[in-house]
Design a binder for this molecule. Sequence first.
Ligand SMILES: [Fe+2]
Length: 340
Amino acid sequence: MPLPKPVFYPPFNITRASHAVITSRDLEASRDFYEQVVGLVLTDRDADTLYFRGLEEVCHHSLVIKRSGSKGHECEAIGMRVLTDEELDKAEHFFKAKGLPARWIEVPHQGRTLLVNDPAGTPLQLCATMSVMPRLYTQFQDFKGGAAMRFDHYQVPVTDVQTQTDFYAEMGFRISEYMALDDKLIVTFMFRKHSTQDIVFLENPGPRLHHFAYTVSDSHSILRACDVAGNLGFGDSVERGPGRHGPAGVFFVYFRDPDGHRVELFCDHYALIDSEVEPVLWDMSKPGLSLRWGLPPQECWFTEATHFSDVPVVELDGKRGPMATLENYLADKARARAAQ
Ligand SMILES: [Fe+2]
């Protein structure tokens, strides 16, 4: 299980995970959920599209929700920012040199946008600029639900975590923490901005979008999001947590939105900047290690995820996936009960 070496001077400069484009069967229900429960700001809308941003964000959108067609709910693409327009041309060259798809697309409120697919097929929008809006993070009187502050990361299940990790390392992503089982990479947390993650890969059928995540100010914001969800009829949308992860030590909750897309609210991760810091290993053969406290995930947390538009999902072909963590956790609890 060779971990890729950090690439401190990558071929082009991705700065962070920035936005997701998903579809919905009911835009009004989506608006209610993301405004009232998650606490995002509706920057703009038209008849078929909602554009949201977090309270701390100045760029036009970090979540775009389009009215879904006959295919139901999907993710059209996840988005990454590059530092300047020049980096987009370098990115086009990088992807084409590897024989991977790269084409220019027009996206409202974004500057030049390059749509690429990584080796697993994940569709990525790369852009350097967006329209700029007011930052609302001190408009306390208008805060709603979890008062989500800023877009942070995605989790993308793939069948080959090693290949995906090696590719993103070449693009300058570093590993903050990782999970391994039998000397094999099962989960990698990779980052470009100065925190623990921009994108997380885990071994499961894919590529799919497992969740996207927003940061909140504190643990109370997470509890308030849950309370608001309960009062507004979204109580069943609380899928997992609140709890505290082992990796990155974050306090978290996962919701399923009205279409079934999964969104995480979290706080408490750490800053990661210095070059000499080594990735943290979580050995998945040690039961229960990946969750500090909280109930174990429901099985659907491991098995259900959003499909990417027009991207086929590859199955695991009988290999072990993250279900092993759930099995280990439950076995550990059963052994502890038996020993009492
Ligand atoms: Fe997450």
